[in-house]
Design a protein around this ligand. Structure first.
Ligand SMILES: [Zn+2]
Ligand SMILES: [Zn+2]
Length: 378
């Protein structure tokens, strides 16, 4: 067998083909996908498009999304034709007011809100701040985002229960709070050494379907608990029941002090050395914000993106997920803007304030550059 020198060994290991049948889009296909017929600068990728919107990178790992799946991609025009929120007919499962003549999602569903449901603890050090998530997703999407009261998880004796406090009377002077605790045992799996558990998503989705408020466009339960779909899964980041507009997602694997076994679902190691507490929180916030808007993007009808490096790219594993940007490419920004009707510059300005406040340096740099581009193009 010929001996490979070090460099060619690295190159050889890194060449991973796309999934069978997938061809990366050409520049012309990218531009057509944006559907920027009016030549608006906010949806223009610029003359040097790679500066802001490089193409989706070629896979470097066999588990990368595009090495595994032959995604077709969804152009702006396809989105406008397919998106159920832009349809002239009301979404069959929703009970809220509907105005078929409306152009945007909020003109069609004027009461519409996105609900976030905290499932289990969000108070300890490794947790993401729920208010920050709510604030970020509202700015990013341009739709009101509301946090629901927390559903507690009672974890004991190899059993996990969903505990809901359905307070029937609001507390007032001289009156005792009347509340009924509703308890429901969830499907879960446990390992004693190391101590770890995962909640199965199916039952949680059923609970969410019962609980979704009438004026919800969608509702997403978020948890710091690890999740699985079935026995064969190592883990799942989450699951959506799109037709019913509900989803559950976990941030359990977003803590940078953790490393995960690729063989056993319970194989987790923690290394707190060399990780500053603030830095850790920043990383968890960035990763969680990105997951949240990606998943809400799907619930709003946006498919995975194959046109540019983009928040809507599919990801096959955590490392690929962490590498991907939080911003939308022009194809998907155009879809979201048509759906919601926000002012692109004002949205970027509000995002910039959020990124600055939370010292998300990579994001600050990108949005600033994009705002300069837009100011110079007017
Ligand atoms: Zn996705
Ligand atoms: Zn995109």
């Amino acid at each position: 067998m010929p001996k490979l020198n070090k460099k060619s060994a690295v190159l050889e290991r890194r060449f991973v083909p796309y999934a069978r049948g997938f061809t990366p889009p050409t520049k012309r296909i990218q531009l057509t996908a944006i559907g920027n017929d009016k030549n608006l600068p906010e949806f223009s990728s610029g003359t040097d498009s790679d500066q802001y919107f490089p193409p989706v990178p070629q896979p470097t790992d066999i588990d990368d999304w595009l090495a595994q799946y032959c995604e077709e991609g969804q152009t702006y025009r396809e989105f406008c034709q397919e998106c159920p929120w832009l349809s002239l007919r009301k979404w069959v499962y929703t009970k809220q007011k509907f105005n078929s003549k409306g152009k945007t999602i909020l003109e069609k569903y004027p009461e519409g809100k996105i609900y976030l449901l905290p499932l289990g603890e969000f108070d300890s050090d490794h947790c993401v701040n729920f208010d920050h998530l709510r604030e970020f997703s509202q700015i990013y999407l341009g739709i009101e985002v509301v946090s629901l009261p927390r559903v507690k998880l009672d974890i004991k004796d190899r059993s996990i229960s969903w505990i809901e406090d359905s307070a029937s009377v609001a507390p007032s002077r001289g009156q005792r709070t009347s509340s009924r605790l509703k308890k429901h045992t969830l499907n879960a799996r446990f390992n004693s050494k190391p101590k770890h558990y995962q909640i199965c998503v199916d039952e949680v989705l059923l609970k969410l379907k019962e609980k979704i408020p009438d004026d919800a466009l969608c509702m997403i339960a978020l948890t710091m608990s690890d999740l699985c779909g079935d026995e064969t899964d190592l883990f799942v980041a989450g699951m959506a029941a799109g037709k019913h507009r509900v989803a559950i997602f976990s941030f359990a694997r977003y803590d940078p002090t953790l490393t995960f076994d690729i063989g056993d679902w319970y194989g987790i190691k923690q290394d707190l050395k060399g990780m500053d507490c603030e830095e850790r929180k920043k990383i968890i916030l960035q990763r969680s914000c990105k997951l949240l808007v990606h998943e809400i993007g799907h619930l709003l009808g946006i498919d995975h993106c194959i046109f540019y490096d983009c928040c809507m790219n599919g990801s096959g594993h955590l490392q690929e997920d962490f590498r991907q940007p939080i911003h939308l490419c022009p194809v998907d920004l155009h879809k979201l803007q048509t759906l919601v009707g926000f002012n692109v510059t004002k949205r970027y300005q509000a995002l910039l304030r959020f990124y600055e406040k939370h010292e998300m340096h990579r994001e600050v740099k990108w949005v600033r550059a994009r705002l300069h581009y837009l100011a110079a193009s007017c």
